[in-house]
Design a protein around this ligand. Sequence first.
Ligand code: ADP
Ligand code: MG
Length: 361
Amino acid sequence: MTTRAEALPITVRGVTKTYGRVHALDDVSLDVKSGEFLTLLGPSGSGKTTLLMVLAGFTRPDRGSLRFGEDEMIRTAPHLRGVGMVFQNYALFPHMTVAGNVGYPLRLRGVPKAEQAERIERALELVQLGGYGARGIEQLSGGQKQRVALARSIVFEPRILLMDEPLSALDKKLRDRMQIELRHLHEQLGMTTVYVTHDQREALTMSDRIAVVNHGRIMQLATPQQLYDRPENKFVADFIGDSTFLAVTRDGQGVRYGGARLQMDGAVPAGDDLLLMIRPERVRLLDGEAPEGTNVLDATVTELVYQGESYLLYARLEDGTEIAVRGAIREGTFAKLPRAGSAVKLGLHRADTVVIADGSS
Ligand code: ADP
Ligand code: MG
Protein backbone atom coordinates (compact mmCIF):
# COMPACT_ATOMS: atom_id res chain seq x y z
CA MET A 1 0.00 0.00 0.00
CA THR A 2 3.00 2.26 -0.41
CA THR A 3 2.10 2.66 -4.06
CA ARG A 4 -1.24 3.97 -5.23
CA ALA A 5 -3.73 1.33 -6.24
CA GLU A 6 -4.47 1.03 -9.93
CA ALA A 7 -7.79 2.85 -10.10
CA LEU A 8 -10.54 1.94 -12.57
CA PRO A 9 -13.39 3.92 -14.09
CA ILE A 10 -16.92 2.57 -13.54
CA THR A 11 -19.50 2.66 -16.32
CA VAL A 12 -23.15 2.04 -15.48
CA ARG A 13 -25.63 1.88 -18.36
CA GLY A 14 -29.41 1.56 -18.20
CA VAL A 15 -29.49 -0.30 -14.90
CA THR A 16 -33.00 -1.10 -13.71
CA LYS A 17 -34.02 -3.03 -10.59
CA THR A 18 -37.59 -3.51 -9.48
CA TYR A 19 -38.96 -5.12 -6.33
CA GLY A 20 -42.59 -5.86 -7.09
CA ARG A 21 -43.98 -2.47 -8.08
CA VAL A 22 -41.08 -0.49 -6.59
CA HIS A 23 -38.54 0.86 -9.05
CA ALA A 24 -35.49 0.76 -6.77
CA LEU A 25 -33.38 1.74 -9.79
CA ASP A 26 -34.99 3.24 -12.86
CA ASP A 27 -32.74 3.17 -15.94
CA VAL A 28 -29.63 4.50 -14.18
CA SER A 29 -26.57 5.49 -16.19
CA LEU A 30 -23.48 6.83 -14.46
CA ASP A 31 -19.78 7.33 -15.18
CA VAL A 32 -17.39 7.32 -12.25
CA LYS A 33 -13.96 8.53 -13.29
CA SER A 34 -10.81 6.64 -12.47
CA GLY A 35 -9.65 7.61 -8.95
CA GLU A 36 -12.66 9.81 -8.32
CA PHE A 37 -14.52 10.15 -5.01
CA LEU A 38 -18.16 10.10 -6.08
CA THR A 39 -21.06 10.26 -3.65
CA LEU A 40 -24.60 8.97 -4.11
CA LEU A 41 -26.75 11.40 -2.13
CA GLY A 42 -30.47 11.02 -1.64
CA PRO A 43 -33.27 10.52 0.86
CA SER A 44 -34.00 7.18 2.49
CA GLY A 45 -35.46 4.69 0.01
CA SER A 46 -34.14 6.51 -3.07
CA GLY A 47 -32.09 3.53 -4.29
CA LYS A 48 -28.56 4.35 -3.08
CA THR A 49 -27.89 1.02 -1.39
CA THR A 50 -29.40 -0.89 -4.31
CA LEU A 51 -27.03 0.85 -6.73
CA LEU A 52 -24.04 0.16 -4.48
CA MET A 53 -25.09 -3.50 -4.20
CA VAL A 54 -25.25 -3.72 -7.98
CA LEU A 55 -21.68 -2.37 -8.14
CA ALA A 56 -20.54 -4.83 -5.46
CA GLY A 57 -22.30 -7.76 -7.13
CA PHE A 58 -24.69 -8.66 -4.32
CA THR A 59 -27.69 -7.54 -6.38
CA ARG A 60 -28.28 -8.56 -9.99
CA PRO A 61 -30.22 -5.85 -11.88
CA ASP A 62 -33.16 -6.72 -14.15
CA ARG A 63 -31.52 -4.86 -17.02
CA GLY A 64 -28.44 -2.85 -17.81
CA SER A 65 -24.69 -3.17 -17.93
CA LEU A 66 -21.80 -2.44 -15.61
CA ARG A 67 -18.15 -2.13 -16.59
CA PHE A 68 -15.02 -1.71 -14.48
CA GLY A 69 -12.51 -0.34 -16.98
CA GLU A 70 -13.20 -2.37 -20.14
CA ASP A 71 -14.57 -5.44 -18.36
CA GLU A 72 -18.28 -6.26 -18.16
CA MET A 73 -19.04 -7.14 -14.53
CA ILE A 74 -22.74 -7.97 -14.24
CA ARG A 75 -22.11 -11.73 -14.22
CA THR A 76 -18.93 -11.58 -12.11
CA ALA A 77 -19.19 -12.86 -8.52
CA PRO A 78 -18.66 -10.25 -5.76
CA HIS A 79 -15.33 -11.65 -4.52
CA LEU A 80 -13.90 -11.58 -8.04
CA ARG A 81 -14.69 -7.90 -8.65
CA GLY A 82 -11.72 -6.48 -6.70
CA VAL A 83 -14.04 -4.27 -4.71
CA GLY A 84 -13.62 -3.21 -1.08
CA MET A 85 -16.83 -2.61 0.82
CA VAL A 86 -17.67 -0.80 4.05
CA PHE A 87 -21.15 -1.20 5.52
CA GLN A 88 -23.09 1.08 7.84
CA ASN A 89 -23.23 -1.49 10.65
CA TYR A 90 -19.51 -2.41 10.28
CA ALA A 91 -20.31 -6.14 9.74
CA LEU A 92 -17.25 -7.18 11.74
CA PHE A 93 -16.78 -10.70 13.10
CA PRO A 94 -17.24 -10.21 16.87
CA HIS A 95 -15.39 -13.40 17.88
CA MET A 96 -12.23 -12.50 15.94
CA THR A 97 -9.47 -10.08 16.92
CA VAL A 98 -8.87 -6.83 15.06
CA ALA A 99 -6.12 -8.52 13.03
CA GLY A 100 -8.37 -11.50 12.35
CA ASN A 101 -11.02 -9.19 10.93
CA VAL A 102 -8.65 -7.08 8.86
CA GLY A 103 -6.85 -10.17 7.53
CA TYR A 104 -10.05 -11.91 6.44
CA PRO A 105 -9.96 -10.73 2.79
CA LEU A 106 -6.29 -11.80 2.59
CA ARG A 107 -7.05 -15.33 3.85
CA LEU A 108 -9.95 -15.47 1.39
CA ARG A 109 -7.49 -14.68 -1.40
CA GLY A 110 -4.81 -17.10 -0.21
CA VAL A 111 -2.17 -14.46 0.55
CA PRO A 112 0.88 -16.11 2.26
CA LYS A 113 0.88 -15.91 6.08
CA ALA A 114 4.07 -13.83 6.43
CA GLU A 115 2.78 -11.23 3.98
CA GLN A 116 -0.61 -11.12 5.71
CA ALA A 117 0.78 -9.84 9.02
CA GLU A 118 2.69 -7.07 7.30
CA ARG A 119 -0.26 -5.94 5.20
CA ILE A 120 -2.64 -6.04 8.17
CA GLU A 121 -0.35 -3.80 10.18
CA ARG A 122 0.05 -1.36 7.29
CA ALA A 123 -3.72 -1.15 6.82
CA LEU A 124 -4.20 -0.57 10.56
CA GLU A 125 -1.61 2.20 10.51
CA LEU A 126 -3.45 3.87 7.64
CA VAL A 127 -6.59 4.10 9.76
CA GLN A 128 -4.65 5.23 12.86
CA LEU A 129 -4.97 1.87 14.63
CA GLY A 130 -1.34 0.71 14.47
CA GLY A 131 -0.66 -1.85 17.22
CA TYR A 132 -4.34 -2.71 17.79
CA GLY A 133 -4.16 -6.09 16.00
CA ALA A 134 -4.45 -8.30 19.09
CA ARG A 135 -7.45 -6.50 20.59
CA GLY A 136 -10.91 -7.99 20.66
CA ILE A 137 -13.64 -6.26 18.64
CA GLU A 138 -15.86 -5.74 21.67
CA GLN A 139 -13.12 -3.72 23.41
CA LEU A 140 -13.32 -1.03 20.73
CA SER A 141 -15.38 2.16 20.53
CA GLY A 142 -17.80 2.74 17.65
CA GLY A 143 -15.28 4.93 15.84
CA GLN A 144 -12.54 2.32 16.23
CA LYS A 145 -14.82 -0.42 14.91
CA GLN A 146 -15.52 1.70 11.86
CA ARG A 147 -11.76 2.11 11.31
CA VAL A 148 -11.30 -1.67 11.53
CA ALA A 149 -14.03 -2.12 8.92
CA LEU A 150 -12.25 0.45 6.76
CA ALA A 151 -8.86 -1.28 7.21
CA ARG A 152 -10.47 -4.57 6.19
CA SER A 153 -11.91 -2.99 3.05
CA ILE A 154 -8.56 -1.61 1.85
CA VAL A 155 -6.15 -4.34 3.04
CA PHE A 156 -6.25 -6.20 -0.28
CA GLU A 157 -5.72 -2.97 -2.23
CA PRO A 158 -9.00 -3.00 -4.11
CA ARG A 159 -9.27 -0.97 -7.31
CA ILE A 160 -12.69 0.23 -6.23
CA LEU A 161 -13.93 1.14 -2.76
CA LEU A 162 -17.65 1.20 -1.94
CA MET A 163 -18.98 2.70 1.28
CA ASP A 164 -22.61 2.67 2.43
CA GLU A 165 -23.30 5.35 5.08
CA PRO A 166 -20.14 4.30 6.96
CA LEU A 167 -20.24 7.17 9.46
CA SER A 168 -23.93 7.32 10.30
CA ALA A 169 -23.58 5.45 13.60
CA LEU A 170 -20.93 7.87 14.93
CA ASP A 171 -21.56 11.02 16.94
CA LYS A 172 -21.25 14.35 15.15
CA LYS A 173 -17.73 15.36 16.30
CA LEU A 174 -16.24 12.01 15.35
CA ARG A 175 -18.18 12.00 12.09
CA ASP A 176 -16.79 15.41 11.14
CA ARG A 177 -13.24 14.21 11.82
CA MET A 178 -13.70 10.90 10.02
CA GLN A 179 -15.01 12.73 6.93
CA ILE A 180 -11.72 14.58 6.65
CA GLU A 181 -9.71 11.44 7.42
CA LEU A 182 -11.53 9.39 4.80
CA ARG A 183 -10.88 12.14 2.30
CA HIS A 184 -7.13 12.11 3.13
CA LEU A 185 -7.06 8.32 2.91
CA HIS A 186 -8.62 8.54 -0.51
CA GLU A 187 -6.00 11.06 -1.61
CA GLN A 188 -3.27 8.71 -0.37
CA LEU A 189 -4.64 5.52 -1.93
CA GLY A 190 -6.30 6.96 -5.02
CA MET A 191 -8.84 4.18 -5.56
CA THR A 192 -12.10 4.91 -7.37
CA THR A 193 -14.58 5.43 -4.54
CA VAL A 194 -18.38 5.39 -4.48
CA TYR A 195 -19.73 6.67 -1.19
CA VAL A 196 -23.35 6.65 -0.04
CA THR A 197 -24.92 9.13 2.34
CA HIS A 198 -28.24 10.87 2.97
CA ASP A 199 -26.37 13.76 4.65
CA GLN A 200 -25.92 16.67 2.25
CA ARG A 201 -23.19 18.34 4.29
CA GLU A 202 -21.20 15.12 4.39
CA ALA A 203 -21.54 14.82 0.62
CA LEU A 204 -20.44 18.43 0.06
CA THR A 205 -17.45 17.96 2.39
CA MET A 206 -16.06 14.77 0.90
CA SER A 207 -16.87 14.44 -2.76
CA ASP A 208 -15.24 15.25 -6.07
CA ARG A 209 -18.71 14.88 -7.57
CA ILE A 210 -22.15 14.08 -6.21
CA ALA A 211 -24.97 12.16 -7.88
CA VAL A 212 -28.26 13.23 -6.31
CA VAL A 213 -30.64 10.26 -6.35
CA ASN A 214 -34.43 10.25 -5.99
CA HIS A 215 -36.95 7.48 -6.76
CA GLY A 216 -34.23 5.35 -8.35
CA ARG A 217 -33.11 8.06 -10.75
CA ILE A 218 -30.16 10.42 -10.86
CA MET A 219 -31.52 13.96 -10.61
CA GLN A 220 -28.17 15.69 -11.19
CA LEU A 221 -24.50 14.72 -11.27
CA ALA A 222 -22.10 17.58 -10.62
CA THR A 223 -19.40 18.98 -8.36
CA PRO A 224 -20.47 20.11 -4.87
CA GLN A 225 -20.25 23.77 -5.91
CA GLN A 226 -22.23 23.30 -9.11
CA LEU A 227 -24.95 21.46 -7.20
CA TYR A 228 -25.20 24.15 -4.56
CA ASP A 229 -24.93 27.19 -6.83
CA ARG A 230 -26.62 25.88 -9.99
CA PRO A 231 -29.09 23.11 -9.15
CA GLU A 232 -30.90 21.91 -12.27
CA ASN A 233 -34.24 21.18 -10.66
CA LYS A 234 -36.29 21.87 -7.58
CA PHE A 235 -35.57 18.53 -5.98
CA VAL A 236 -31.81 19.18 -5.97
CA ALA A 237 -32.24 22.82 -4.90
CA ASP A 238 -34.46 21.70 -2.03
CA PHE A 239 -32.40 18.71 -0.93
CA ILE A 240 -29.08 20.54 -0.82
CA GLY A 241 -28.99 23.61 1.37
CA ASP A 242 -31.93 25.82 2.33
CA SER A 243 -33.82 27.87 -0.20
CA THR A 244 -36.86 29.99 -0.78
CA PHE A 245 -38.60 29.61 -4.14
CA LEU A 246 -40.44 32.47 -5.84
CA ALA A 247 -42.56 31.99 -8.96
CA VAL A 248 -41.20 34.15 -11.80
CA THR A 249 -42.34 34.74 -15.36
CA ARG A 250 -40.28 34.56 -18.50
CA ASP A 251 -39.50 37.87 -20.17
CA GLY A 252 -37.45 37.42 -23.33
CA GLN A 253 -34.04 36.05 -22.28
CA GLY A 254 -34.70 36.98 -18.64
CA VAL A 255 -37.43 36.81 -16.01
CA ARG A 256 -39.72 39.13 -14.07
CA TYR A 257 -40.67 38.97 -10.43
CA GLY A 258 -43.60 41.21 -9.51
CA GLY A 259 -43.19 44.24 -11.73
CA ALA A 260 -39.42 44.12 -12.02
CA ARG A 261 -37.11 42.49 -14.50
CA LEU A 262 -34.36 40.68 -12.59
CA GLN A 263 -30.68 41.18 -13.28
CA MET A 264 -28.97 37.81 -13.50
CA ASP A 265 -25.73 36.21 -14.73
CA GLY A 266 -26.95 32.68 -15.46
CA ALA A 267 -29.29 31.52 -18.22
CA VAL A 268 -33.00 30.87 -17.82
CA PRO A 269 -33.88 27.18 -18.32
CA ALA A 270 -36.51 25.94 -20.79
CA GLY A 271 -40.09 25.43 -19.64
CA ASP A 272 -42.85 27.65 -18.31
CA ASP A 273 -42.87 26.91 -14.59
CA LEU A 274 -39.90 28.97 -13.49
CA LEU A 275 -38.72 29.52 -9.94
CA LEU A 276 -36.23 31.96 -8.53
CA MET A 277 -34.12 30.04 -6.00
CA ILE A 278 -32.83 32.14 -3.09
CA ARG A 279 -30.27 30.85 -0.58
CA PRO A 280 -30.65 32.55 2.84
CA GLU A 281 -26.95 33.42 3.16
CA ARG A 282 -26.85 35.09 -0.27
CA VAL A 283 -29.46 37.71 0.65
CA ARG A 284 -28.22 41.08 1.96
CA LEU A 285 -30.10 43.38 4.30
CA LEU A 286 -29.72 46.71 2.52
CA ASP A 287 -29.50 50.02 4.26
CA GLY A 288 -29.66 52.88 1.78
CA GLU A 289 -28.98 52.52 -1.93
CA ALA A 290 -28.69 49.08 -3.51
CA PRO A 291 -25.19 48.40 -4.84
CA GLU A 292 -24.66 47.98 -8.61
CA GLY A 293 -25.95 44.67 -9.99
CA THR A 294 -28.30 43.98 -7.07
CA ASN A 295 -31.97 43.06 -7.29
CA VAL A 296 -34.08 44.60 -4.54
CA LEU A 297 -37.05 42.94 -2.83
CA ASP A 298 -39.28 44.86 -0.44
CA ALA A 299 -40.33 42.90 2.62
CA THR A 300 -41.56 43.09 6.21
CA VAL A 301 -39.68 41.27 8.98
CA THR A 302 -41.79 38.58 10.67
CA GLU A 303 -39.19 36.98 12.95
CA LEU A 304 -35.57 37.44 13.98
CA VAL A 305 -33.78 34.42 15.46
CA TYR A 306 -30.42 34.36 17.26
CA GLN A 307 -28.37 31.25 16.41
CA GLY A 308 -24.99 31.95 17.95
CA GLU A 309 -22.62 32.37 15.01
CA SER A 310 -25.39 33.69 12.76
CA TYR A 311 -28.88 35.17 12.73
CA LEU A 312 -31.86 33.91 10.80
CA LEU A 313 -34.36 36.51 9.75
CA TYR A 314 -37.74 35.73 8.22
CA ALA A 315 -39.48 38.37 6.16
CA ARG A 316 -42.71 38.49 4.15
CA LEU A 317 -42.52 39.71 0.57
CA GLU A 318 -45.29 41.80 -0.99
CA ASP A 319 -46.81 38.69 -2.63
CA GLY A 320 -47.03 36.99 0.78
CA THR A 321 -44.08 34.59 0.34
CA GLU A 322 -41.87 34.21 3.39
CA ILE A 323 -38.16 34.45 2.72
CA ALA A 324 -35.26 33.45 4.98
CA VAL A 325 -32.14 35.57 5.37
CA ARG A 326 -29.01 34.39 7.15
CA GLY A 327 -26.04 36.50 8.16
CA ALA A 328 -23.00 36.40 10.41
CA ILE A 329 -23.11 37.96 13.87
CA ARG A 330 -20.17 39.86 15.26
CA GLU A 331 -20.03 41.41 18.68
CA GLY A 332 -22.74 44.04 19.01
CA THR A 333 -24.24 43.56 15.54
CA PHE A 334 -27.27 41.48 16.54
CA ALA A 335 -28.81 44.31 18.59
CA LYS A 336 -28.86 46.54 15.49
CA LEU A 337 -30.84 44.14 13.30
CA PRO A 338 -34.45 44.99 12.35
CA ARG A 339 -37.17 43.40 14.49
CA ALA A 340 -40.56 41.95 13.56
CA GLY A 341 -42.76 44.54 11.85
CA SER A 342 -39.90 46.54 10.32
CA ALA A 343 -39.91 47.26 6.61
CA VAL A 344 -36.67 46.10 4.97
CA LYS A 345 -35.06 46.07 1.55
CA LEU A 346 -33.44 42.74 0.66
CA GLY A 347 -30.64 42.64 -1.90
CA LEU A 348 -29.84 39.70 -4.15
CA HIS A 349 -26.76 40.09 -6.31
CA ARG A 350 -27.12 39.15 -9.98
CA ALA A 351 -24.54 36.35 -9.50
CA ASP A 352 -26.80 34.82 -6.83
CA THR A 353 -29.97 35.20 -8.89
CA VAL A 354 -30.62 31.64 -10.05
CA VAL A 355 -33.72 30.54 -11.93
CA ILE A 356 -34.64 26.86 -12.14
CA ALA A 357 -37.41 24.93 -13.83
CA ASP A 358 -40.09 23.55 -11.55
CA GLY A 359 -41.88 20.27 -12.20
CA SER A 360 -38.76 18.17 -12.71
CA SER A 361 -39.00 16.66 -9.24
P1 ADP B 1 -31.64 3.79 0.12
O1 ADP B 1 -30.36 3.03 0.32
O2 ADP B 1 -31.48 5.00 -0.75
O3 ADP B 1 -32.31 4.12 1.39
P2 ADP B 1 -32.58 1.30 -1.06
O4 ADP B 1 -31.71 1.10 -2.23
O5 ADP B 1 -32.27 0.49 0.14
O6 ADP B 1 -32.66 2.86 -0.69
O7 ADP B 1 -34.09 0.98 -1.47
C1 ADP B 1 -34.72 1.54 -2.60
C2 ADP B 1 -36.13 1.02 -2.69
O8 ADP B 1 -36.12 -0.38 -2.96
C3 ADP B 1 -36.91 1.19 -1.41
O9 ADP B 1 -38.26 1.47 -1.74
C4 ADP B 1 -36.79 -0.16 -0.75
O10 ADP B 1 -37.89 -0.43 0.09
C5 ADP B 1 -36.77 -1.10 -1.94
N1 ADP B 1 -35.98 -2.32 -1.67
C6 ADP B 1 -34.64 -2.38 -1.51
N2 ADP B 1 -34.22 -3.64 -1.32
C7 ADP B 1 -35.34 -4.42 -1.35
C8 ADP B 1 -35.57 -5.82 -1.21
N3 ADP B 1 -34.58 -6.69 -1.01
N4 ADP B 1 -36.85 -6.23 -1.30
C9 ADP B 1 -37.86 -5.38 -1.51
N5 ADP B 1 -37.71 -4.05 -1.66
C10 ADP B 1 -36.47 -3.56 -1.57
MG1 MG C 1 -29.37 2.58 2.13
